[in-house]
Design a protein around this ligand. Structure first.
Ligand code: ADP
Ligand code: ZN
Length: 736
């Protein structure tokens, strides 16, 4: 197997022209029979790395995947592309399993998704020994490591695979793995001398924003108003928050559903289906939601609560913008979340101490990410061990850099207030004291009588929260986790308070969004116009895109599949730009493979043709449009002769149009115009001639009894079978 095979399969099944960085290298390693460890961010394109070897190599690829929803989705997507895939997990009936086994043994399945629980059963191991396995792919491989953030004990049994099948290549894939986890994956899976592939974790189309968590609902409403009709996920920590937030959003006129692990299964899957099928655009969910949801047009992920570590954060925001178009990730942080997690970790008796420490450490890093006013992208990439030169120019920090100022006086006010209440308060109360709040507990405790009460009114609550967390990170104060999370002044803090040591702090960024930068505008324009200059103006692209989306929705409903299984948004956009009038031209659209062209091509081309006829766009070649006018009349039920008369064309020109339509993929019934015998007879002489066929030369060989129209249809059919048809407008040789 060579990369040429891989490239051809990529085009044929997935409709993509080229591999993304690393994909080709990974596939080559698998072809060479090597084990591989693949680290790629969510949405980076991991699946292709084992799916292409699976379809090109002999035998069946076994894909271990932890989530049933993920399997079903992936298998559905693959089947829509014409790849024989199946899954095996606890949801199948005995009969279904039996049938699947037969198909496997007959060699009819190229990819089999298995849950780890199923994989290790004696029954499956026995079946496995009777199959020809092309490769093993271990998805979400970090689940094998107790150092990872998502440890699943059942994964640890997977080591038997390599022991039993040492010569079958194994690819372990994950979106999140630091160095220890990486090593652990290799060791536990028993990978032998694996090729290591680490893709960049950069997801430049996702804008990262962090906001203080005050008035979250208001901020979310603002956000949703600015992003109408877009699909997105709002992650909440608690089940109750999911429900109440969804309720409130609905009350404000947005369509939102909720999802959490404690809902009954049927309700859960209903909510998920509604989201996937674009019936409900907004999902308020706990982190139970989203794993394995390959919905490519999720435009935003909001974190109502802070995630517990950067890995989770990045994995969760990775669910937006999978189609590569601009997407937004907004994180609301609040100090209370940090406390909640800490308590959660502390309370958990089952976690051994060193893992507790690891969790707390990761939590601190997350908090740091939210707090430190450095380019977000740079920070997050640094976390995953990547250096990013310069700043991204795209995140909230880059767009509105916080202003540094001499914060000594502000810091002193806070430190002094803290001392005066004997370091017996937490962050929120300290801010309220500084701002002179009338909170009852402040008055009851007599904190309003201290000298610094109300001394910090020049800053809002948010601003103080921002300043205090900087003080926390620069070590002027610390949190007594073992003592009700009260704040304490540190040695460093004492120096500021008593020795006038200078502190530089940053003021929070203004809330209002600046007008879009040139870069943002450029990014937007890029996504709408694509690489190939289209024949429509930008507004028309958008209009056509919307119509294609409508059509996609209708088809999806009819066929009972999620819309993205039909085509992704990126594919529809490219289609709207390239505006192909002929079915085979659809193959030039990114994301249209042969199977999907056959299955959906005609429907989409019809829509594009109607649009072209209505809008009369410039840019299409006149001959193309002329053919389409003929098509429209044929479609309305008129005969060749009637069309010729109605259009004032020679019948032979209309015949040429029809032949061109057939040649480029329209499923016309040729028998109306040529008998099967004539077709066969004419085609028998064609191999003696060569392209471009001259009608008279064909007639000379085939016989005078065949007229030019019949010869045209015979040639069209001949070409179509060999798929040599060019766009009719490019193929001038046979002009009548
Ligand atoms: P991951 O499993 O890494 O999260 P996927 O394999 O689901 O990512 O790929 C993410 C998206 O990128 C999918 O929509 C997929 O079709 C698309 N994609 C993958 N490889 C390519 C490619 N070479 N060209 C264009 N699109 C691609
Ligand atoms: Zn930045």
């Amino acid at each position: 197997m060579t990369l040429d095979h891989a490239q051809a399969a990529l085009k044929k099944y997935f409709g993509y022209d080229s591999f993304r960085p690393l994909q080709a290298d990974i596939i080559e390693a698998v072809y060479a029979g090597r084990d591989a460890l693949v680290l790629m961010p969510t949405g980076g394109g991991k699946s292709i790395c084992y799916q292409i070897p699976a379809v090109t190599l002999d035998g069946v690829a076994i894909v271990v995947s932890p989530l049933i929803a993920l399997m079903k989705d992936q298998v559905e997507g693959l089947r829509a592309n014409g790849i024989p895939a199946a899954f095996l997990n606890s949801t199948l009936t005995t009969e279904q399993v039996f049938q699947l086994e037969n198909e496997l043994l007959a060699g009819h399945i190229k990819l089999l998704y298995v849950s780890p629980e199923k994989l290790v059963t004696a029954g499956f191991r026995q079946l496995l020994s009777r199959l020809k396995v092309s490769l093993f792919a271990i998805d979400e491989a970090h689940c094998i490591s107790s150092w990872g953030h998502d440890f699943r004990p059942e994964y640890t049994q997977l080591q038997f695979l390599k022991e039993q099948y040492p010569n079958t290549p194994m690819a372990a894939l994950t979106a999140t793995a630091d160095r220890i986890t990486r090593k652990d994956i290799v060791a536990q899976l028993r990978l032998s001398d694996p090729a290591l592939f680490i893709a960049s974790f950069d997801r430049p189309n996702i804008r990262l924003t962090v906001r203080p968590g005050q008035n979250r609902l208001g901020q979310i409403l603002d956000f949703l108003k600015k992003h109408p009709d877009q699909s997105g996920i709002i992650y909440c920590l608690a089940r109750k928050t999911c429900e109440s937030l969804a309720q409130r959003l609905n009350a404000y006129g947005f369509r939102a559903a909720y999802y959490h692990a404690e809902m009954p299964p049927h309700q859960r899957s209903q909510a998920q289906e509604d989201f996937i099928n674009d019936r409900v655009p907004i999902m308020c969910a706990t982190i139970a939601f989203g794993m394995g949801i390959d919905k490519s047009n999720v435009r935003f992920v909001l974190h109502y609560n802070m995630p517990r570590n950067v890995e989770s954060y990045y994995q969760e925001i990775g669910r937006c913008g999978r189609d590569g178009l601009p997407a937004e990730a907004v994180l609301f942080f609040s100090y209370a979340d940090v406390m909640t997690y800490r308590e959660m970790f502390e309370r958990d008796e089952t976690t051994p101490p060193e893992q507790k420490a690891l969790k707390i450490d990761k939590l601190e890093r997350m908090f740091e990410f939210a707090q430190v006013p450095v380019c977000r992208r740079k920070t997050v990439l640094a976390y995953f061990g990547e250096t990013y030169d310069g700043n991204c120019g795209h995140c909230d920090v880059c767009l509105r850099p916080p202003q540094q100022f001499d914060g000594t006086i502000a810091a002193q006010k806070a430190l002094s207030a803290l001392k005066r209440v004997n370091e017996r308060v937490g962050m929120n109360m300290l801010i309220d004291i500084l701002r002179g709040s009338n909170r009852r507990d402040i008055l009851e405790r007599g904190h309003h009588q201290i000298k610094t009460y109300g001394a910090g009114k020049e800053y809002t609550f948010d601003e103080w929260a921002f300043l205090l967390s900087q003080m926390l990170h620069s070590g002027l104060i610390e949190i007594a986790y073992d003592d009700h999370n009260c704040l304490r002044v540190t040695e460093e803090g004492n120096k500021v308070l008593f020795q006038g040591k200078k502190v530089t702090l940053a003021l929070p960024q203004p809330k209002e969004k600046a007008s879009p930068t040139a870069r943002e505008k450029a990014l937007k324009a890029e996504s709408l116009s694509g690489e190939v200059p289209g024949s429509l103006g930008e507004n028309q692209h958008e209009e056509l895109f919307q119509r294609l989306r409508e059509l996609r929705r209708t088809i999806a409903v009819q066929q009972g599949v999620p819309p993205y299984v039909v085509f992704h948004d990126t594919t529809l956009q490219d289609m709207a730009v390239k505006c192909p009038l002929f079915v085979f031209d659809l193959l030039q659209v990114s994301g249209v493979g042969e199977r999907k062209m056959e299955r959906f091509g005609e429907a989409f081309v019809r829509e594009i043709r109607r649009f072209a006829l209505e809008k009369n766009p410039t840019g299409h070649k006149p001959k193309g449009i002329s053919i389409i006018r003929t098509w429209a009349l044929l479609d309305a039920g008129f005969s060749l002769e009637q069309i010729a008369e109605m259009r004032g064309l020679a019948p032979t020109t209309v015949a040429a149009h029809l032949a061109a339509l057939y040649e480029t993929g329209d499923n016309l019934d040729l028998s109306k115009w040529i008998s099967a015998e004539a077709l066969e007879h004419i085609q028998r002489v064609l191999p003696q001639l060569s392209e471009p066929y001259a009608l008279s030369a064909v007639q000379e060989l085939a016989g005078e009894q065949y007229h030019f129209d019949q010869i045209r249809f015979a040639i069209a059919d001949y070409r179509r079978q060999r798929r040599v048809a060019a766009t009719p407008t490019d193929n001038e040789a046979e002009e009548a």
